[in-house]
Design a binder for this molecule. Structure first.
Ligand code: PHE
Length: 502
């Protein structure tokens, strides 16, 4: 029998009575572990060896994890600083607590988001109050880090380990160990005697120049050999979802809108017949900007919108009969929805064609002063859209969503009647999360009221919506926490591996 040199070396190092690991054989033969593995697979295919595989996971602290073992988790430091400042008795300003905890840079964000996630207390209007019942000394993540540092991890803390992994505090290395043993045929072959042949694993310039390549025996490719994982740059899951959304909508005949992130309340709210004393327009929900009021708004449009608010529009409308301030309408804030763009386009000032039928969309960022939780961020992307046509009905609205979501493999959306000051009827949309089975809200929609279209000078039906891009991404990727997608707690492994399914 003839075998390539390296296979012969591996066969000779193997034993029929003891399983030997690839590492042992590599050490003994002086071959690289991947070479031993490759040779072992070839020998197994010849029936001369058996190869048994076991998967193992090893956990290690990352640099950041090690830092927290020494200094404490940022959220625990925040809590302890709060205790020093008596924030369990009454609210203390965030700045003081952060200073007392000695936190700066990204550690501040990390401390705040994990503090909130663990229920260590509340953060409200820039002040922090501790929950006196929280017990950071018993924090499971801190305990697991300490145990890991002392090399005494037990296996039963999977959820905690997953959390530490997604926080980037530990790294989980997955590897396969292989053990090798001789089969009876292998023993026979060795006893009968094997002649070694020399094999070459790569063509070199020398082999080519000398013409020797004609005579040498090339080793086979081993596609099963372990190789280091290479993670290069890739487009973010959300960006890929947004690109796909744009393709789908353009395919459905929509044109794209664009416009300012910071806009006047006029375009964000007043055009939408949102009463000026609506709770969403107070400082609680709104990111107000300290800049000059917006002056380039068409005068006549302002008067028409004011009239709709004061007296109503159309036959049945009665308006709000409450004060309406032009000054407030001109104030500038970060937009809380991209319906401001729809208003700009429908008014004609954005230069859009307005002869029905028309279809417009945008996939743009919006800003809301919400409380962070698994389904809410302070900034997110909205998929805005509207269709202008004669005689639109709820069937058209539902049909459009069904067609849109179907392109993402989502065929079970649900509609729930809803209220918006600017649409009648209005519907919220829900989709079932593929992992948790929960119904999550994915959008809001409706047909614009006459009080909205009238002042804009539009005299046919317009149906419109705002859908959340992040929620769509949660449905297509199975992410359970929006914070895994972006922000300081984003799960890098998830972002590296997630596929946008459609
Ligand atoms: N602006 C609404 C979405 C919407 C747009 C247009 C019509 C109806 C609803 C929101 O942010 O929730």
């Amino acid at each position: 029998m003839r075998l390539p040199e390296r296979q012969l070396a591996v066969l000779e190092a193997a034993s029929a009575t003891d399983e030997r690991s690839v590492a042992e054989i590599a050490a003994e033969t002086g071959l690289k572990p991947e070479t031993v593995t490759g040779a072992a697979f070839d020998l197994r295919d010849e029936g001369l060896l058996t190869v048994a595989e076991t998967a193992t996971e090893t956990l290690a602290l990352t640099d950041e994890g090690r830092e927290y073992v020494d200094d404490g988790l940022p959220e625990v430091r925040l809590y302890r600083a709060g205790v020093t400042l008596d924030a369990d008795e009454e609210p203390v300003s965030m700045g003081r607590v952060i200073g007392e905890a000695g936190l700066d840079g990204p550690a501040v964000d990390i401390a705040l988001s994990n503090f909130a996630r663990k229920g260590f207390g509340r953060i409200d209007s820039g002040e922090l109050v501790l929950d006196p019942d929280a017990d950071p000394d018993a924090d499971a993540e801190a305990a697991a880090l300490a145990a890991l540092a002392a090399d005494e991890m037990s296996d039963d803390d999977d959820a905690v380990i997953d959390r530490l992994d997604s926080r980037g505090l530990v790294s989980v290395e997955e590897s396969t160990t292989r053990s090798i043993a001789l089969t009876d045929d292998g023993v026979d072959a060795l006893m009968t005697g094997i002649e070694a042949t020399e094999t070459v694993s790569a063509v070199t310039p020398e082999l080519l120049a000398s013409g020797e390549w004609r005579d040498v025996e090339f080793s086979e490719y081993n596609v099963e050999a372990d190789a280091p994982t290479a993670s290069g740059g890739r487009k973010h899951v959300l960006r890929r979802t947004a690109d796909r959304v744009k393709d789908v909508l353009v395919g459905m005949g929509f044109q794209e809108m664009e416009g300012p992130h910071a806009d006047s309340d006029f375009w964000i709210n007043d055009c939408l017949f949102m009463p000026q004393d609506h709770p969403a327009r107070t400082h609680w929900d709104r990111f107000a900007l300290d800049v000059d009021p917006m002056d380039e708004i068409p005068e006549e449009l302002i008067r028409r919108v004011e009239r709709a608010h004061r007296e109503g529009w159309g036959e049945d409308g009665d308006g709000y009969h409450s004060p309406w301030s032009e000054e407030f309408a001109r104030e500038v804030a970060l937009r809380g929805h991209t319906t401001s763009l729809s208003m700009r386009y429908l008014s004609g000032i954005a230069g859009a064609e307005l002869e029905p039928p028309q279809r417009y969309f945008s996939v743009e960022k919006v800003y809301r002063n919400d409380t962070l939780d698994p389904t809410h961020l302070l900034e997110f992307f909205q998929i805005e859209g509207w269709v202008m046509a004669e005689d639109l009905s709820v069937r058209d609205l539902m049909g459009t969503f069904e067609e849109f979501y179907r392109q993402f493999g989502i065929t079970d959306i649900k509609f729930k009647p809803h209220y918006n000051p600017y649409t009648e009827p209005s519907f919220e949309l829900f989709g079932e999360h593929p992992e948790t089975g929960e119904e999550i809200e994915i959008g809001n929609s409706g047909v614009f009221r006459e009080e909205v279209t009238g002042p804009l000078g539009v005299d046919c039906d317009v149906m419109a919506w705002g859908l959340a891009l992040e929620r769509l991404a949660m449905l297509t990727t199975g992410a359970e926490d929006i914070r895994d997608l972006h922000g300081t707690l984003a799960d890098i492994d998830f972002l590296r591996n997630a596929e946008v399914s459609y």
